[in-house]
Structures are given as structure tokens and as C-alpha cells.
Design a protein around this ligand. Structure first.
Ligand code: ZN
Ligand code: ZN
Length: 420
């Protein structure tokens, strides 16, 4: 019997990952995310009757926000997840349901149902789901993130989830897999884009931040709640920035969760020190105070799609002494990308120019092009599927992989199915 792979989401797009692996009458699902912008788009539905288990690679919503659809249905399968990711998805999904309530068909009560089907697995676990033999490795992307190796009927499938192939302050780089792989399903967020060297970027971020602070301004760092916000706090802690650093929004709760799971970190002591030296914002009064002195404010959402960062953006944008420094991936059609590219902001008065300094420091938790190519080369799979990327860049990347590595490379659409 053959093994079929169905791409339910993240085909030719960034986000809403969902991969179904089917063998005989059973199947497993790797992630079940959502794309959340002005609409909420879920992946295609899996065949629930065959589904024996779901593995969630990490806490980001584009890998987890569709799970309530499955756990709200009758007789859902077990959800395999580590303790960090479980705590993070409970936090992020609760917030997502609150914000997206008019666009989705479920409420937060589904989280209680989902929590009844949890099977906790650590990193480096090996276990069976029906005939599927699973190994979990560390992806280096955000705390708790997994690479998943699936073996079924002597075929090995490697799913990267989202990976980072460089060490960060928080995490070690993605684990290397030293087994022959038949099919690799790889993220390609930064297909054809290379990051500047981390050390150079960090130096530049710290120096530019200091310049603004010494000039009496505020620096807003819109940042993802999970991972990036804490990484930025660690960067400033390591560089002993002698100015107050504030943290707002959901990054605060995500930080609390991380402090409960020391085993997931490369340098837990640094994380602990960085978080304990932050000024946590708990009220409107705190927000005003944070803006009344030269300070750094770390606040979600990273792409400015909402969250506490909006409060600061509207104020900082008008101040030429201040700065907004982006530090993560900015999807097309997000307010963050629009502000950075067009230097305008949508306010109550209409479209206004941004007077503050703007810049982007790609201190990413995703592998860049050369990192991805090196990683693929080391795994050296028989066949490669690229997902979770912008289509035209993926096409360029696939050409290079075919030419230079001689690996067959596919860029499937959602709904496409393959046999191996
Ligand atoms: Zn992702
Ligand atoms: Zn991610």
C-alpha cells in the first residue's frame, strides 16, 4: 500500500500549515493552522474518520489556530504536543478566538475539549501513532518548536515545521537529521532572501537604538509575543543597555510561560535575568510613563495587525526623534509592511506620513536562503516539497535546488496529493 501526502494548507503561501499523511485506513496530521488577516482562512479539512493523531510542531497560530475546528467535532484524535507548546497554544488560541470571534464558528469552550485529548511528548521522544513511528527533534525556531520525523512502511518523511539554522540567545539551531530521508517537507519563508550576519544585525540594532535614546526618543520594537520579544529582551540584557526597557501585550504572559519551562532553553539564566530586569506594563498609566522618558518598548503584534503596539505606533509615528524598528517577518498586506514600505500610517484622521525613523532588522527565527539550502543539502532527501513561502521566490529556490543539489523539488498547491 502506498503512502499519500496531502497538502491541506501552506501550499504556495506563508502560513496555515496542515499536512496529512495517509497509509491504508489511517492517517496523521502535521499541524492545523490558520491564516489570520482581514479574514480567517483555515486549511482544507482532513479525513477525520481516518485520523489517528495530530502533531503540533509549535505554538504559532499559523500552525495551530485550526485545531479548534477538529476538537469541536465528534471523536477527534489525540493531540501530540510538548508542554511548552501546549501552554503557548492555550494562550494564543484564547486570544485569537477573542479577536476573531465574528469570523470563526467556535468559541473558547472548545479549548477545554481540546485539552482532554492531549498527549504530552518531550523533545527527542519516539512513539507510535498507529503504524506511524514518530521522532521529535528541536527546530530552533521558537521555544518548544519541533521538527517531526515520520516513518511509515519503511519510508521516512521529514517535516521541518518552521526552522532556524542559526543559534539565537534563547535557542540552539535546528537539530541535524542523520538518516536517509525519502521526502522532506520544508518551510521556505525566506526563499531567495539572505539575512545579514546575526552579530552585525544585533550590533546595528543596539547602536541605532542607543542613538535614538541618547537623543531623547522612544524606540518601539513591534515583536511577536512568543520568542522574538524575549530574544530582543535578551539582546538588550547582554548589551547592558542603560535605559528602561518595557514589555507590553501578550509578550508578558508568553514570558511567564517560558520561565516555567527551563528545559527548552539554551541559556535559561540569561532569559530569567532579561525578564526580571524588564519593566512590565500593566496599566494605561504605565504606558504613558513609558513614553515620558527615553525608553525601549517591546510589544506585539510584530506585523502591527493589532495588540498593544498599536497604542505606541500612533504616538511614536509623529515624533521624528523616535523610531520604530521591526525585527521579524512582515507578510504582504499587513500594516507593518505598509508602514515600512510606504512610510504612512492609517490613523483616525486618514492617511498620515510617518515622521519617526523606520528600519527593519531581520533578526529572524526562520532560516534564510543559504541556511535552508545548507540544511537541505545535509539532509539530502530523495524528494523535496517546499511549503510556507511566497510563490515566486519558491519557484526560484526550487530551480536552484534542482540545479545545484540535483534534488527533485515540488511546490504544491493546497489540495494536491502525492504518493511515495
Ligand atoms: Zn509558520
Ligand atoms: Zn512559526
Amino acid at each position: 500500500m502506498s503512502i499519500n501526502i496531502r497538502i491541506l494548507g501552506a501550499g504556495q503561501e506563508v502560513g496555515r500549515n496542515a499536512i496529512e499523511i495517509i497509509h491504508d485506513d489511517s492517517s496523521i496530521l502535521l499541524d492545523y493552522g490558520a491564516y489570520f488577516n482581514s479574514t480567517v482562512d483555515f486549511p482544507l479539512p482532513p479525513n477525520i474518520k481516518k485520523l489517528k493523531g495530530i502533531i503540533c510542531s509549535h505554538g504559532h497560530l499559523d500552525h495551530s489556530a485550526g485545531l479548534p475546528l477538529i476538537y469541536g467535532s465528534s471523536r477527534p484524535p489525540p493531540l501530540y504536543i510538548n508542554s511548552m507548546t501546549l501552554d503557548l497554544i492555550n494562550l494564543l488560541l484564547y486570544d485569537f478566538i477573542k479577536i476573531a470571534k465574528d469570523k470563526i464558528q467556535f468559541d473558547s469552550s472548545v479549548l477545554n475539549l481540546m485539552n482532554k485529548y492531549i498527549t504530552i511528548k518531550d523533545n527527542y521522544s519516539e512513539f507510535y501513532i498507529d503504524n506511524f513511528y514518530i521522532k521529535t527533534l528541536s527546530a530552533g525556531h521558537i521555544p518548544g518548536s519541533w521538527i517531526v520525523l515520520v516513518e511509515v512502511k519503511n519510508k521516512k518523511i521529514l517535516y521541518t515545521g518552521d526552522i532556524n539554522v542559526y543559534d539565537s540567545f534563547l535557542l540552539k539551531s535546528a537539530d541535524i537529521v542523520n538518516e536517509p530521508i525519502d521526502l522532506m517537507i520544508c518551510e521556505s519563508t525566506y526563499a531567495c532572501i539572505n539575512h545579514m550576519k546575526r552579530e552585525i544585525l544585533i550590533n546595528e540594532l543596539v547602536n541605532r537604538t542607543l542613538e535614538v535614546l541618547e537623543n531623547g526618543g522612544n524606540v518601539l520594537i513591534p515583536s511577536f509575543s512568543v520568542g522574538r520579544s524575549q530574544e530582543i529582551a535578551c539582546i538588550f540584557e547582554e548589551n547592558k543597555l542603560d535605559y528602561p526597557i518595557y514589555m507590553d501585550g501578550m509578550a508578558r504572559a508568553a514570558s511567564e510561560i517560558m520561565l516555567k519551562h527551563p528545559e527548552f532553553f539554551k541559556n535559561y539564566e540569561l532569559l530569567k535575568r532579561a525578564i526580571s530586569n524588564l519593566n512590565i506594563i500593566n496599566s494605561k498609566k504605565d504606558r504613558k510613563e513609558a513614553m515620558n522618558e527615553p525608553s525601549v518598548i517591546i510589544s506585539p503584534a510584530g506585523m502591527l495587525k493589532g495588540g498593544a503596539a498599536i497604542y505606541y505606533v500612533n504616538r511614536i509615528a509623529k515624533d521624528p526623534k523616535s523610531a520604530i524598528f521591526f525585527v521579524g517577518y512582515l507578510s504582504k498586506d499587513t500594516p507593518g509592511r505598509e508602514i515600512l514600505e510606504k512610510r504612512v500610517i492609517q490613523s483616525e484622521k486618514g492617511i498620515e506620513p510617518v515622521l519617526a525613523q523606520l528600519d527593519w532588522f531581520g533578526i529572524s527565527s526562520h532560516a534564510d536562503m543559504s541556511g535552508l539550502i545548507n540544511y537541505i543539502k545535509r539532509v539530502s532527501p530523495e524528494k523535496l516539497i517546499l511549503i510556507h513561502g511566497e510563490y515566486f521566490r519558491m519557484v526560484e529556490m526550487s530551480k536552484l535546488i534542482k540545479e545545484e543539489l540535483g534534488i527533485e523539488c515540488l511546490i504544491p498547491k493546497n489540495g494536491e496529493e502525492f504518493q511515495i
